[in-house]
Design a protein around this ligand. Structure first.
Ligand code: 5GP
Length: 193
C-alpha cells in the first residue's frame, strides 16, 4: 500500500455472536448512503442463501493461508477452530476510494486490532445484550448451527462479554427499535449530518 493512499473513517460494531450487531449494521447501511460494509474474507463454508462477495469473500483454506502469508490482512482471527475471518487492506482502500465511512461487523479481538491499526479514524461500538442468559437463548433460537458448533459459540460469547468496557461506546440491545434509533444518532454524530 502506498503511504499516501487516502484513508477515511471506520465505524466498528462488535459484540458477542447473537447480541444483534448484524441487524443494527444492516439497518444503518440501508439508511445512510455514506456508509459501506467491509466485506471480510473467511474460510468457513457458505450457508444457504449466501453469495460470494456480499457478506463475505469465501476462500479455501489454502487461499486464506496464502493471503495471510502475503500480508494482505489488516487483522484476522481464528474465530472458531479452523474457521478464519479477516479484514483485507484492499477492501478498506476500495471503499475509501469511494469516500465511504466503512462499517464493520466483527468479533471483539478483530475490533481491538482494527482500532489499534487506525486509532484516530475509528469509532468502536460494543453491542451489549440485556443479559448473558438472553444472549445464549438467542443463539439457541437461531438454529443455524450443529449442537457442537452451538456449544463453541456459547462459550465464545461468554468470553466476549468480558470486553464490554473496552470500546468507545456501549449500545444496549434490549428493545431493538431503541437500539436502532441510538445507532442512527451515533452515525449522525459521526457524519455530522
Ligand atoms: P458468522 O460465521 O456467524 O458469519 O461470523 C462469525 C463471527 O466472525 C462474527 O462474530 C463476526 O462478527 C466475526 N467476523 C466477521 N468478519 C470478521 C473479520 O473480518 N475479522 C474478525 N476478526 N472477525 C470477523
Amino acid at each position: 500500500m502506498s503511504p499516501d493512499t487516502p484513508t477515511g473513517k471506520l465505524l466498528i460494531f462488535t459484540a458477542p455472536s447473537g447480541a444483534g450487531k448484524t441487524t443494527i449494521v444492516r439497518h444503518l447501511l440501508k439508511h445512510f448512503g455514506q456508509l459501506a460494509f467491509s466485506v471480510s474474507a473467511t474460510n468457513r463454508p457458505m450457508r444457504p442463501g449466501e453469495e460470494d462477495g456480499v457478506a463475505y469473500y469465501f476462500l479455501s483454506d489454502e487461499e486464506f493461508a496464502d493471503r495471510i502469508a502475503a500480508g494482505d490482512f489488516v487483522e484476522y482471527e481464528e474465530v472458531y477452530p479452523g474457521r478464519f475471518y479477516g479484514t483485507l487492506h484492499a477492501e478498506l482502500h476500495r471503499l475509501w476510494a469511494q469516500d465511504k465511512v466503512i462499517v464493520f461487523d466483527i468479533e471483539v479481538k478483530g475490533a481491538t486490532n482494527l482500532k489499534k491499526f487506525y486509532p484516530e479514524q475509528s469509532t468502536a461500538v460494543f453491542v451489549a445484550p440485556p443479559s448473558p442468559e438472553i444472549l445464549f437463548q438467542r443463539l439457541r433460537d437461531r438454529n443455524t448451527e450443529s449442537e457442537a458448533d452451538l456449544k463453541v459459540r456459547i462459550e465464545r460469547a461468554e468470553e466476549e462479554l468480558a470486553y464490554l468496557n473496552s470500546f468507545d461506546r456501549v449500545l444496549l440491545n434490549d428493545d431493538l427499535d431503541t437500539a436502532l434509533a441510538q445507532a442512527e444518532m451515533l452515525v449522525r454524530e459521526m457524519l455530522e449530518v
